[in-house]
Design a protein around this ligand. Sequence first.
Ligand code: ATP
Length: 544
Amino acid sequence: MRRFAETCEAVAATTKKTEKVRLVADYLRSLALDDAAQAALYFTGRAFPRREEKVLAVGGSLLWQALASISGAGEAELEAAYRRHADLGEAAAEVLANRPAASGLSLRDVAAAFEELAARRGSAAKRGLLKELLGRASALEAKYLVKVITGDLRIGLKESLVEEALAAAFGRPLADVARANMLTGDIGATLRLAASDQLREARLRLFHPIGFMLASAAETPAEVIEKLPDGTLVEDKYDGVRAQAHKQGEGAKLFSRTLAELTEFPELLPALRALPGEFILDGEVVAWRAGPLPFTELQKRLGRKQPGLWLQEEIPVSFLVFDLLYHDGELLLDLPLAERRQRLVALLAGSNDARIQLAPAQLCRSAEALQQAFDVALSRGNEGLMAKAPGSAYTPGRRGQAWLKLKRPLATLDVVVTEVEFGHGKRRGLLSDYTFAVRDADRLLNIGKAYSGLTDAEIRELTEFFQQHTVVDHGFRRSVEPLVVLEVAFNNIQRSRRHSSGYALRFPRIVRRRTDKTAADIDTLERVEELFARQTARRAAKGS
Ligand code: ATP
């Protein structure tokens, strides 16, 4: 465990991905197979393989109590340490700093302790075990034990990098490692297959969910066409929760994006069972009555594990299916989307149950056609469009450019321009890049930078205006008097250290100039915080 923790420290200390991969690969290679399999798992920040439904069920407060008790540090000291690091693992290392460095705790000991922790019921029993485990660890080991228990190492090591490290450690093609990991849902098992050169033997197992393919955001229809010039299959973007359906014989289950079983929609299961053969479907569960209902309706059903019949009738749901990943013994991931879709159409053809529906798709070849489809999708009450490359394979767990999402904006904010920069290309010589701020009492706090949305004429006019209202000229960049108010649309809000507001707008675009408003009328930081909280709650509900 000491060397695992030291490797984590070294991985955290470098920002270079190749170096991270090398460190992990060297360490894994140096271990016996059982230990290497265990370490690979912990590097992904998990106590148990993804395919197992086992969980530790150890929350922050249990960890907190165990740490306070074994460190001898009072709650206040632990709190102070936590406040300094905002990470329970780091705080653990601090309050346990005076322990001996060598503990003798092995990876096998940790695995055994995790098994026990998962098996024990009740917090008193778990607390005792936790105290015993953490009590044996050095400060550095405790830091990483806590991080694995909380599910996130925070050392910049995504699962895909652990896959790269396996490929490097055993000299196998990365694609084979990634595929085996996706199919087994177990990085430790994947490591064993890599070690014995049997990666290609990995098999899909029904009722063990595979990672969901994810989409990248596009800002405009033109960007979609630029990225997918040969035409794109376009579907509505439904505002529900993503689900993967597995069916075999009399069994049918739905899984969520976190790969946990989705039990809130039992009425979908008989409809899945009624379809012929065995399969895995990908789609979105949507609140539906003759058409899509808003996400806020569906939200009322989330977290209700056994919804009564009245709730099922009050808020009916439908599974809008857009992909077929496996059918009657055949894994279809590598087939082009257009072909997977044909097979999906055939599979669903015999069904006339409104609870399982094929998500309609059309081929679009121009920005105009996409814009039209986008407007129609919004008018149907959907969130926007998904544009998919017809020739693309299904890449589980990956976010690539084969699926692009075009969303209606989250909201708009009225902001004031505080800094301007000269543009590039055809906007050379024009002040076309605008940094803008929201208001917090009488302070202006920057929150983003927008380049697009205004016409050339408006930009020329603003260039002249900003030249006359420059406060400080930094050459390429100018601070300007806060006089120009813009309405900006955006897709989401992120926390960010780049801007003084502590937030950044993602994909901001200028909707229009608000010549009727002054800096005193713009939106406030409070409103941003409110939108951010709403977005966070929504994401949590969707499990993304
Ligand atoms: P991300 O999925 O990119 O992490 P997010 O959780 O905010 O971000 P969205 O931005 O809503 O998700 O975009 C992707 C999601 O859109 C998918 O995970 C899926 O749940 C949903 N979706 C709705 N309709 C479709 C569709 N036709 N094809 C694929 N995904 C769709």
